[in-house]
Design a protein around this ligand. Structure first.
Ligand code: COA
Length: 259
């Protein structure tokens, strides 16, 4: 249990999960990944829950993985159990529809988790950012296969390799999100969509979701990515990227010749 993930079940069967660490731009810690994984698994297992709604407090959906925890993992001081693995698997194996309401920046896993959501609402000023290469890492959450499938190789390569922000209107046009609404309308609109879906026949919804995705393949891709991700975390390139973030400066990769 962490207060930085709030979970609330409505009478209509919508389980709202709110990322609540706004002072750190909702950067995700190991404890937060654990609480998210628990909530997603609960949504799959509990018949009272018909829809999962993921939203966030503050001006940023999430700044992605907590970079100081990446740095700790890079030096072998990370947690024994990496809850991110459980979180990603719970997304791959999710049986109930997932709605996401995204305001501000969605960085790293903040964007890649959206590829596992079934209905994605953005605020008009939302930005999707996947800076894995900037951090000397590789994409995760099966996004190395899901993103090119969704938007095509060249756009996916550009997002991953350059890590530039994709604005909400482009994300909608490319099929990463359903629509963009004003920030003021975001929560209410997401709730409206969630309740509309919650009123549908749940047996049909879950059967349809199962037909639309191959959970086993997604988990296999996540496992491949994870093995490389862990290697990259320990690289000199990644250490330079994490040090640069902590020191609030640009990284300099030019002196690192080969990895
Ligand atoms: N991990 C840990 N702390 C983070 C964080 C992260 N991913 N993102 C932001 N924070 C912290 C900052 O260190 C800062 O803490 P401080 O107030 O103690 O100095 C606080 O959150 C506010 O962040 P700041 O950078 O001042 O806000 P901003 O509005 O200027 O920029 C971001 C917001 C999200 C663009 C920027 O913080 C950022 O790029 N974060 C890193 C994103 C990232 O690389 N994530 C990993 C993806 S794989």
């Amino acid at each position: 249990m962490t207060p930085e993930i709030k979970v609330e079940l409505s009478v209509s069967g919508v389980l709202a999960v709110t990322i609540a660490r706004p002072d750190k731009k909702n950067a995700l810690t190991n404890d937060m990944y654990g609480a998210l994984a628990d909530a997603i698994t609960r949504a799959s297992d509990d018949d009272e829950i018909r829809v999962l709604l993921i939203q966030a407090d503050g001006d940023t959906f999430t700044a992605g993985n907590d970079v100081s925890e990446f740095a700790a993992q890079a030096t072998g001081n990370g947690p024994k159990e990496r809850n991110v693995t459980r979180f990603l698997r719970s997304l791959a194996n999710a049986t109930k529809p997932i709605i996401a309401a995204v305001q501000g920046k969605a960085v790293g896993v903040g964007t890649t988790m959206l590829l596992h959501c079934d209905y994605v609402l953005l605020s008009e000023e939302a930005q999707l950012i996947t800076p894995f290469v900037n951090l000397a890492l590789v994409p995760e959450a099966a996004s190395s296969c899901l993103l090119p499938l969704r938007i095509g190789h060249v756009k996916a390569f550009e997002m991953f390799a350059l890590g530039d922000a994709v604005p909400a209107n482009a994300a909608v046009a490319w099929g990463i999100a359903n629509k963009a609404v004003s920030n003021a309308e975001l929560r209410a609109e997401a709730r409206r969509v969630a309740e509309k879906i919650a009123a549908k026949p749940i047996g049909s919804l879950t059967a349809m979701k199962r037909l639309m995705r191959d959970a086993e393949k997604l988990v296999a891709q996540m496992d491949c990515e994870s093995a490389i991700f862990v290697e990259r975390l320990a690289s000199a390139e990644a250490k330079e990227a994490f040090a640069a973030f902590a020191q609030k400066r640009q990284p300099d990769f030019t002196k690192i010749v080969r990895q």
